[in-house]
Design a protein around this ligand. Structure first.
Ligand code: SF4
Ligand code: SF4
Length: 223
């Protein structure tokens, strides 16, 4: 899932300072699962903002809506009759959802209430770890399911850098060396031959915005 965290309250408060009627928008998917921007977090943020603005003698009127997904036009339709009543939209979705909202309502300022962090996994309640950087050319079949782009501090594709120290990364000793882990797991699977051949230079595909059209929909998008 996409993992995000709420921005510091003072930053959000400063962002909405000039607005007196703001609609806070949660998203019911990734940011809700990682406890950053779902319905509950919208309620908490609005309560904090309301209180802070009251104390500043600058009251604010806040609306709250949590859409099933902010990154899907179909769900944005729900806002059609509501957004016009507000001075600004405060989105708690990931960066994609925030941008889609801004694209749909270009006449209204759209403000981000969360920082989108990474694509990751849920290790325990409230604990998330990065696992993928969306490079667009997945090599996990060759690296025993361990991502060298994300897990190696130098993003190396052809074995360790030489700084591996007893299984730890030289950049951060709290972090296991990705290539040590790859070696160990491939050895367990008797697949070490995977890393004796050289990976060609990566064809980085994540430097410009990308598009995916699934095979069954290519004709529809051509029309
Ligand atoms: S190799 Fe690329 S697509 Fe695969 S997990 Fe790593 S960053 Fe993600
Ligand atoms: S020690 Fe291992 S994880 Fe760290 S940069 Fe070198 S190869 Fe990558």
């Amino acid at each position: 899932m996409i993992v995000a965290e709420r921005k510091p309250f003072e930053e959000i408060k400063a962002m909405v300072k000039g607005y007196s009627k703001v609609l806070t928008l949660g998203c019911g998917t990734c940011v809700a699962v990682c406890l950053a921007g779902g319905e509950k977090e919208v309620g908490i943020l609005n309560a904090e903002l309301k209180m802070a603005r009251k104390l500043d003698n600058n009251p604010i009127e806040l609306g709250a809506v949590t859409l099933e997904r902010q990154c899907d036009m179909e769900f944005l339709d729900e806002l059609e009759d509501t957004v016009g009543e507000y001075d600004a939209l405060l989105s708690m979705a990931c960066g994609a959802g925030i941008q889609f909202l801004a694209e749909r309502y270009p006449e209204i300022p759209v403000l981000p209430a969360v920082n989108t962090a990474f694509i990751g996994v849920n290790k325990d309640v409230g604990w998330y770890e990065e696992r993928c950087r969306g490079c667009g050319d997945c090599v996990l079949d060759r690296t025993a399911g361990i991502c060298p782009v994300t897990m190696c501090a130098k993003g190396l594709f052809n074995g360790p850098c030489g700084g591996t120290n007893q299984g730890s990364c030289e950049i951060n000793t709290d972090q296991p060396c990705a290539w040590f882990m790859i070696y160990e797991r491939l050895a367990k699977q008797d697949r070490l031959s995977n890393i004796t051949s050289i990976f060609p230079p990566a064809d980085w595909r994540n430097q410009t915005p990308r598009t995916v059209i699934q095979p069954g929909y290519k004709e529809r998008q051509k029309a």
